[in-house]
Design a binder for this molecule. Structure first.
Ligand code: AMP
Ligand code: MN
Ligand code: MN
Length: 333
């Protein structure tokens, strides 16, 4: 494997690399979101348009949530635990193999040809060909550009998958990454047939009752720290049992905390029992990815995450300390 491959090979290089092999698995990070699955399904459709064998896979302990299952091609998504090996592997919306989850990671490591298309900050390319652009609003924007470079038809299905990733990763075109490029590419996707109202309804007007009850719970437990500028809350498996929900119902909880007027950084800890997953969001330029990296995680400047295996009270204490420090660091600079 060429560990010295450049981080930004360009779209034409990715397109031509896709054409070089015949049998692909396509996968993104574990606990997939709209950008991850949009990229997986979009990349799979590009490969097939190029006449390749390609299978979309995902890593999750839970079945995929309904909005994901309505994405074009989602019926073919297979859990990585059940996936059959392919000699080539495309990793999307992640650039560190540890983000794939154990089963998909093993398939990635065994593959003899690897491609990475991602928009998370990365230090090096651990594949044969990479295009990693941390300034891209979503990984699906990169997938869309690869499709254009490959000269495959820009179908409504591809547009739908790519628009889903762009809409969800920019928080409905509201976050700092909703730049001119995001809107320009969105226009191309809508032109190609992405149905904005239907996709938005599927993702933002289809809440479960359990997720509403969980929102009530995290608000009830909300701790406001550092003059109300930090919002901290948590949820655990017992809560899920109580409301009859699952982890997918916790996706929007962090947004509720962030939406408070005084809040600059929001943190939700999700206690899965065997591990604690943290979500961080900032809305004032504080780099929460740097904060997440201190706990072995990562992500983007305004949206990041991490996983801890210590007892919950210790995780909560560590986080609250680090959050207060991050705010102080930011004010010093
Ligand atoms: P989440 O809070 O799970 O929605 O994640 C926010 C962002 O952080 C996404 O871009 C994730 O891909 C990234 N992220 C979440 N958890 C981790 C982790 N353990 N390591 C690296 N990046 C992560
Ligand atoms: Mn993602
Ligand atoms: Mn993404």
């Amino acid at each position: 494997m060429d560990v010295t491959a450049p981080l930004q090979s360009g779209f034409a290089q990715i397109a031509s690399a896709l054409g070089c092999h015949d049998d692909y698995l396509v996968c993104g990070h574990r606990s997939p979101d709209g950008d991850c699955l949009g990229s997986v399904l979009g990349m799979t459709s590009i490969l097939r348009a190029l006449g390749k064998r390609a299978r979309p896979i995902f890593s999750s302990k839970e079945p995929l949530d309904e909005p994901f299952l309505r994405m074009p091609g989602a019926d073919e998504l297979t859990s990585a635990d059940q996936a059959v090996f392919a000699t080539s592997f495309v990793m999307v919306d992640a650039s560190d193999p540890s983000r794939l989850g154990d089963a998909a990671r093993a398939l990635f490591e065994r593959a003899s040809f690897k491609i990475i298309v991602d928009h998370h900050e990365a230090e090096r390319c651990c594949a044969d060909v990479c295009h990693v652009d941390p300034d891209a609003p979503s990984a699906t924007c990169l997938v869309w550009e690869v499709a254009r470079a490959a000269g495959v038809p820009l179908t409504a299905e591809l547009a739908e998958c790519c628009f889903t990733g762009l809409m969800t990763d920019t928080g409905r075109f509201q976050y700092q990454n909703a730049d001119a490029r995001a809107f320009a590419l969105a226009a191309q996707m809508v032109e190609a047939g992405a149905d904005v109202a239907r996709i938005a309804q599927s993702f933002y007007q289809s809440k479960t009752l359990a997720s509403c009850r969980l929102e009530a719970l995290v608000v009830e437990r909300l701790e406001l720290l550092s003059n109300d500028r930090i919002a901290f809350s948590w949820v655990n498996e017992e809560d899920l049992r109580r409301v009859g929900g699952r982890w997918a119902d916790c996706e929007g909880l962090i947004d509720v905390l962030r939406s408070l007027r005084t809040v600059r950084i929001a943190c939700v800890l999700k206690d899965h029992g065997s591990e604690i997953r943290g979500s961080l969001r900032s809305k004032d330029g504080t780099d929460v990815a740097a904060l997440a990296r201190r706990f072995g995680g990562g992500g983007h400047k305004a949206a990041a995450g991490f996983t801890l295996t210590c007892p919950f009270p210790e995780a909560a204490r560590l986080l609250k300390e680090a959050l207060a420090g991050a705010l102080a660091d930011e004010m010093d600079s």
